[in-house]
Design a protein around this ligand. Structure first.
Ligand code: WTA
Length: 653
């Protein structure tokens, strides 16, 4: 277990209770209100969720069965009910909120557009008809590879409307990664764009898509291409269709397809500690319910709020808190296409000011990067509309928390540090902003209806304060992962086997302090958290190994001020290659970027003669971690194949 970040947070004693002003207006205004929710949930969590599902979702066919555990841990929720997610996000608001702005969009170059709920509904319906006209029907998979533009949300919602299962691939992923995902989903259609703007450059999405399709992806029958940048791209007549041309003459009336509550809503690929990325499969009703309850409890969302979650739709945060949750509660959202530092580090704050953002949600890595730019930059903007701030993706270091609170929140905004995962669908551990006293660096307590424990390797709860252990979820919850696409066994092995199907294993380690606050300590498996994104060390290693000159590779994370973790790769080369070749370092870094995407590019590559291995041939990554951090070696090195390797590695430091 990685317990290295415990030190810095262990003695955090600053307390931040919400202000009376915030609490009075909050949806959950005081301890008594929260306790009563928690008590009901504790007494009968199934009944609690049934009540929430009846109150928060619009059902076509009401459900009778709340939780079906027959095939546990392949749990099902509300599975004799029927609804449509897009109907819940759009149609049901039209009567009262048709003219309310749903989306405020700002492109990187400053272009702006807005869509009301009425307009968004029309665009989703029209595009859903386009998909139908292309022969896409319920259960078909559609891969979406788009920049952060309103059409990304429209495409997702249109899929949901007709029961097609979308799988969004982050625009920063390479052709190779796109291909793997298309092939694993066996998608029938790909939706992409000519390009998108990021960091002052054009991201050539269509060109990457062409490369992916050229080398495989036999299931793809057609490609829909959004014109965003207008630069010249090649279109293949038989296969490619412009979005705007496909919409010509198409009706904007499209009845939603009523779907079983358990119908898969989407697949989203995330890194595993072994093998290729896993297609996390989410269902419809339970997932949507979780996005709604957390929008209300954690983001305390109100009708007049302007809500901005900065995550890209390529990540789960962009699914739950851009496309689904905020629209399901009828909120106004901001979507921004580009980089936080374009044209300078004031961009986020300018957007907050210009659009009057009231609730702002971002990642610690962005906060740290913008903090580095100094206090003068945010000081130049009027941020007084902000009333609530959030973070997600990795533990936030107390220093960044304090800066966020003081400089961005003006000392008066509560901060919700939300712990959750692609697999959990929505927030699991997070403060209730009008009630919970925050401690910088802690995600505080599990939400109502969610049962979480820290246990030892035998699965027994750890009762002593500040003792690290496995973070597990002890009861099923509506927005939980249903399975891994096409791999039921891997679902069981990854999340349930360790505790015999009794607990969901998050893969994180955590501790609770004397007052029961949860502190996330890091991952227990070989997953890196680089700039808030999960990357499997395995994936990066296999990318390196695919290079003709590489013999062996071991990838580890080392602490990084901005990114949380930086990627360090130890590489041994095939005999004919010379060590210390600078050009080769560049070549290998670019190679990984090509194979996986720029986010996976190693920050540093060290060539070595040998990697430390156990006698059974397993690379000792933990040992490499200690060496790279210059720590004294406390691990047992007696199993090491050869002790001289150690000396050589230490010299390389
Ligand atoms: C980490 C992102 C500490 C954690 C929603 C988890 C966090 C992984 C927090 C999931 C937080 C996420 N504090 N760590 N508030 N939020 N993590 O699937 O290690 O991209 O297991 O989902 O990010 O990453 P994922």
């Amino acid at each position: 277990m990685n317990e290295n970040n415990v030190e810095s947070i262990l003695h955090e004693e600053r307390l931040f209770p919400p202000s009376a002003e915030f609490s009075t207006k909050a949806r959950i205004p005081n301890r008594a209100a929260l306790d009563s929710l928690i008590q009901v949930a504790n007494k009968d969590y199934v009944g609690f969720w049934a009540k929430q599902a009846r109150a928060e979702l619009s059902w076509h066919q009401p459900f009778e069965i709340t939780l079906d555990s027959t095939n546990a841990p392949y749990y099902q929720w509300f599975n004799d009910g029927e609804l449509n997610v897009s109907f819940n996000c759009l149609d049901r608001h039209l009567k009262d909120k048709g003219d309310k702005i749903a989306i405020i969009f700002e492109g990187e170059s400053g272009d702006r557009t807005t869509l009301t709920y009425q307009q968004l509904h029309q665009r989703v319906c029209r595009f859903a008809n386009v998909l139908k006209a292309q022969g896409i029907t319920q259960g078909d998979r559609v891969v979406i590879y788009l920049p952060m533009v309103p059409e990304a949300v429209i495409a997702m919602q249109a899929c949901a409307r007709i029961g097609a299962i979308h799988s969004v691939v982050f625009g920063g992923f390479s052709a190779e990664s796109l291909k793997d995902r298309i092939e694993d989903t066996e998608a029938k259609f790909l939706i992409t764009a000519d390009g998108g703007y990021r960091g002052g450059r054009i991201i050539a999405l269509k060109a990457a898509a062409d490369r992916a399709l050229k080398s495989g992806c036999k299931s793809i029958q057609g490609v829909i291409v959004l014109r965003r940048t207008g630069h010249s791209i090649s279109m293949i007549t038989e296969r490619d269709l412009w979005w705007h041309e496909a919409e010509t003459g198409i009706s904007s009336h499209c009845d939603p397809v009523w779907l079983n509550a358990e119908h898969p809503l989407f697949l989203l690929y995330t890194s595993g500690s072994t093998g290729k990325p896993k297609g996390i499969q989410h269902a419809s009703a339970g997932y949507l319910l979780g996005t709604i309850t957390t929008m209300k409890w954690v983001f305390d969302i109100r009708d007049e709020d302007i809500f901005w979650c900065t995550a890209d739709i390529g990540w789960v945060t962009g699914h739950s808190y851009v496309t689904y949750g905020p629209l399901a509660v009828g909120a106004t959202i901001v979507i921004y296409e580009g980089a936080p530092t374009f044209p300078d580090s004031g961009r986020f704050w300018k957007i907050c000011q210009d659009h009057g953002v009231t609730v702002f949600y971002t990642a610690p890595t962005a906060i740290r990067a913008l903090m580095k730019a100094g206090d003068n930059i945010p000081a130049a903007y009027n941020l007084s509309q902000l009333r609530l701030l959030g973070t997600v993706g990795e533990p936030i270091n107390p220093e960044a928390w304090m800066w966020y609170h003081r400089v961005i929140g003006g000392g008066h905004c509560p901060i919700v540090d939300t712990w959750w995962q692609t697999e959990t669908g929505v927030h699991m551990i997070a403060p209730i902003p009008g009630v919970t006293t925050a401690k910088p660096g802690s995600c505080t307590f599990p939400l109502p209806g969610i049962d979480i424990a820290v246990v030892n390797a035998q699965g027994q709860p750890i009762t002593a304060p500040d003792q690290g252990g496995y973070l597990v979820i002890t009861k099923p919850w509506p927005s939980m992962i249903r399975t891994i696409w096409q791999d039921k066994q891997r679902y069981y092995d990854t999340y349930w086997r360790k505790f015999d199907g009794k607990y969901y294993l998050s893969g994180d380690s955590a501790r609770r302090d004397e007052e029961g606050y949860f502190w996330i300590m890091g991952r227990t498996d070989d997953i890196l958290n680089v700039a808030g994104h999960r990357l499997g060390t395995m994936e990066i290693e296999s990318a390196l190994l695919a290079h003709p000159k590489v013999a062996e590779a071991a990838v580890i994370g080392r602490p990084d001020d901005i990114k949380g973790e930086a990627i360090l790769a130890y590489v041994t080369l095939k005999e004919t290659c010379s060590i210390g070749d600078k050009a080769l370092i560049i070549e290998l870094r670019d190679w990984v970027a090509d194979q996986i995407g720029a986010i996976a590019k190693p920050d540093e590559i060290r060539f070595v003669d040998n990697l430390p291995k156990t006698r059974s041939g397993k690379i000792m990554r933990r040992l490499l971690r200690s060496i790279s951090r210059g720590e004294t070696i406390t691990q047992d090195t007696s199993t090491l194949e050869s002790e001289t390797i150690l000396t050589q590695l230490q010299e390389k430091n």
